[in-house]
Design a protein around this ligand. Structure first.
Ligand code: ADP
Ligand code: MG
Length: 681
């Protein structure tokens, strides 16, 4: 039987009861068991003499048991065992709580290794429930697993030994093909698994980890690639004539060469029978909308309909307005479909989309995917991509229609990372801003500047401009963050800004309330908007010229850049003030980068360098499968290697049909099928 599916209950030493306990650790099959990796290792090589023990530190020493453990029951029903151990330099008093097994295993007069924290109390060394090893056990590295009640480290070790035997006996081939193992000096799967659980040395562990991380990342990239290549049917909407030039020459400005390149890349895709599946990444203000407009125009002239999906009603309305202006005089007929459209109008709009009278529609995701029918929908554009994970992306393609899909993201992500996060999409990057953009002046100040800062804001509000204040992040806890934001807004509106209209925006508000406050803000009925980070996603109020970010040191650079992008959208000079209370070097360095550059891609690279890729993977719903051993923060080198390795494999065998690639194919399917419901067939 395939050990990937064989229940862990077949492993010697695991009965029904233990199987239930193992399930709590996420272990259900033999495969799960042998891939349940230690969290860390105890190093038993570094042994000290008892007289050299430094109290309150973790140490390892070799000592002889002085007398049999004596047990006594205490009030709570717990049994406490005590003994004393010694070497030629001193003694340590050992106390064992409620662990008869461990107490009984200590034999008077015999030597053991003791590992743990030693304290110095009442004039002698004390140690509570140490980890005990026989000196001759050969191993100098003892794995530490995350455990749960009902299973001890020793039990798991025995089960693991038996599980590995079963797994090895099943004789399935290594999932990393021989030539790739060779090229990247990777050890064999069996050696890796044996060494990660029963290492002979720390060198073994290093070899094992390298191989297992490689394996996991290779599987991930293979899965993403399969997702990208999956058969999405042929599209009926192949572009025949490229008339984008007429549209482009009618624009009041010249496209940047980056915009032109991206349009060309998309058109090349849309000339194919295989539907386009592309991501356009471009910094805030890089002009993504006009790229979308050119494609929509092109489709309309080919009698193909397009849908443009925005995450919120406000954004949909904004896009509709922008696109209307850009499309003026082209004869294209288009619609705005949002929740606030009356039922009667909705019906009419849907009718026109169904009979093909309208060329394109702008709306929210929900409205367009629900029940809207099209005469010939050939292009679906989704804005603000980072709100959708891999999972959702799969569902964006409309049923049975195989339209071309384009997603647009304003979140610059370092290239190495986008290769993973967006590995299932083709990538186009607009890495150039239109000429003549004014830089948003950015300053970093400390809290002592608040008074001056408020005065600065008031001065601008008095000139009928508007401002944002992003509230301090309190901690991970949403409720406290919320209270803090609400209280801060209240305080500002009652004191400093009592003569102005202050609004608040936070994530816990109902969508309708949010829309209302944003509408008020965009109409300048609200002058100062106090907000949590929810404004990060694409609102466009050109009259807002100041962005204040409290506790700026708590944010990732890319997030700060996104927030800053909410200002500088009009013709007036804009400012971003980062209030930073930290004096730390890293915080200072990060604020300095923000003050120095407005280039989102440069900032993303720096962010990656200074904070690791956590921010790019963290809160964003990237929807990637969970990894067991690889860590993007620490394993970027291996990420790059597996990227190349996976390209090599697919070049040689695009459908992974060869015998040597079958295990990898199977593993990739498994990784993606478990929780992600992404079918890779
Ligand atoms: P984003 O990429 O953030 O969505 P937009 O598409 O909203 O950016 O464009 C921002 C502004 O820049 C718009 O007012 C748009 O008309 C203008 N714009 C776009 N491309 C150019 C260009 N090549 N030259 C000058 N202005 C441009
Ligand atoms: Mg935009």
């Amino acid at each position: 039987m395939n050990p990937n599916e064989m229940s862990v209950q077949y492993v010697k030493g695991v009965g029904e009861k233990k199987a239930q306990i193992l399930k709590k650790l996420g272990i259900e099959t033999v495969y799960d068991l042998v891939h349940y990796f230690p969290r860390s290792y105890l190093d038993l090589t570094n042994q000290v003499k008892i007289s050299d023990i430094v109290p309150e530190t973790v140490c390892c020493f070799r000592a002889t048991v002085g007398f049999d453990c004596v047990g006594s029951r205490v009030n709570s029903g717990m049994v406490i065992y005590k003994t004393t151990v010694f070497d030629e330099t001193g003694t340590v008093h050992i106390t064992i709580f409620n662990n008869k097994y461990l107490a009984d295993s200590l034999k008077t007069g015999e030597e053991y290794l003791f590992y743990g924290k030693v304290s110095y109390q009442y004039g002698s060394f004390q140690m509570n429930t140490p980890i005990v090893e026989k000196p001759e056990s050969g191993s100098t590295m003892k794995p530490v697993y995350p455990l749960t009640s009902g299973i001890t480290s020793n039990m798991l070790s025995i089960i693991m030994k038996n599980g590995l035997k079963l797994y090895f006996d099943s004789n399935s081939p290594d999932i990393i093909p021989g030539e790739i193992r060779h090229r990247y000096s990777l050890c064999h799967e069996h050696f890796a698994l044996k060494s990660i659980h029963f290492p002979q040395s720390s060198h073994d562990v290093d070899l094992a980890r390298k191989r297992l991380i490689f394996e996991e990342l290779l599987t991930l990239q293979t899965g993403m690639r399969l997702l990208k290549d999956r058969d999405r049917g042929k599209t009926a909407h192949t572009v025949k004539k490229d008339v984008s030039k007429e549209f482009i020459s009618s624009l009041p400005f010249t496209l940047t060469s980056a915009q032109q390149r991206v349009i060309d890349e998309c058109i090349a895709d849309m000339k194919n029978e295989k539907p386009m599946n592309r991501l356009v990444q471009g910094d805030v203000g890089s002009g993504k909308t006009v790229v979308a407009a050119a494609l929509i125009y092109l489709m309309a002239k080919n009698n193909i309909q397009s849908a443009f999906m925005a995450p919120t009603e406000i954004l949909a309305a904004q896009h509709y307005e922008t696109l209307s202006k850009l499309m003026e005089g082209t004869g294209a007929c288009f619609e705005l479909l949002t929740g606030s459209v009356t039922a009667k109008k909705k019906k009419e709009i849907k009718e026109r989309l169904k009979n093909g009278e309208s060329h394109f529609v702008v709306g929210t995701h929900a409205l367009l995917t629900e029940d809207t029918e099209f005469a010939s929908l050939g292009l679906v554009i989704t804005d603000e991509q980072h709100r959708f994970g891999v999972k959702q992306r799969g569902s964006l393609a409309f049923k049975g229609n195989s339209p071309h899909t384009l997603v647009m993201s304003a979140t610059p992500i370092p290239r190495t990372l986008s290769l993973i996060i967006y590995g299932d999409l083709d990538l186009s990057i607009i890495d150039e801003l239109p000429k003549g953009r004014q830089k948003i002046s950015t300053y970093a100040v400390d809290e002592s500047y608040h008074k001056r800062l408020y005065a600065f804001i008031k001065k601008h509000l008095d000139m009928s401009y508007q401002a944002y204040i992003v509230c301090p992040l309190v901690d991970e806890n949403e409720t406290t963050e919320l209270t803090a934001a609400t209280e801060y807004a209240k305080e500002l509106s009652e004191k400093e800004f009592k003569d102005y209209s202050v609004g608040i925006l936070h994530g816990k508000m109902k969508p309708k309330e949010k829309e209302k406050i944003m509408k008020d803000f965009s109409e300048n009925k609200v002058q100062l908007l106090v907000s949590t980070t929810v404004i990060e996603v694409g609102v466009d109020v050109p009259n807002a010229v100041i962005m204040v970010i409290e506790n700026a040191e708590r944010f990732g650079l890319s997030q700060l850049h996104q927030l800053r992008g909410r200002v500088g959208r009009g013709t007036a000079k804009s400012h971003c003030v980062l209030v930073c209370s930290s004096k730390g070097e890293n915080a200072k360095a990060r604020m300095e980068i923000m003050c120095r550059t407005n280039d989102g891609f440069k900032i993303a690279d720096k962010d990656l360098e200074l904070r690791g890729p956590g921010d790019f993977f963290g809160k964003r719903q990237h929807g990637l499968p969970e990894l067991k051993i690889a860590d993007f923060t620490e394993n970027m080198d291996i990420v790059r290697h597996t990227k190349i390795a996976s390209e090599t494999i697919f070049r040689e065998d695009p459908k992974l049909k060869k015998e040597k690639h079958k295990p990898l194919l199977e593993r990739a399917r498994k990784l993606f099928s478990d929780k992600n419901k992404l079918s890779l067939n």
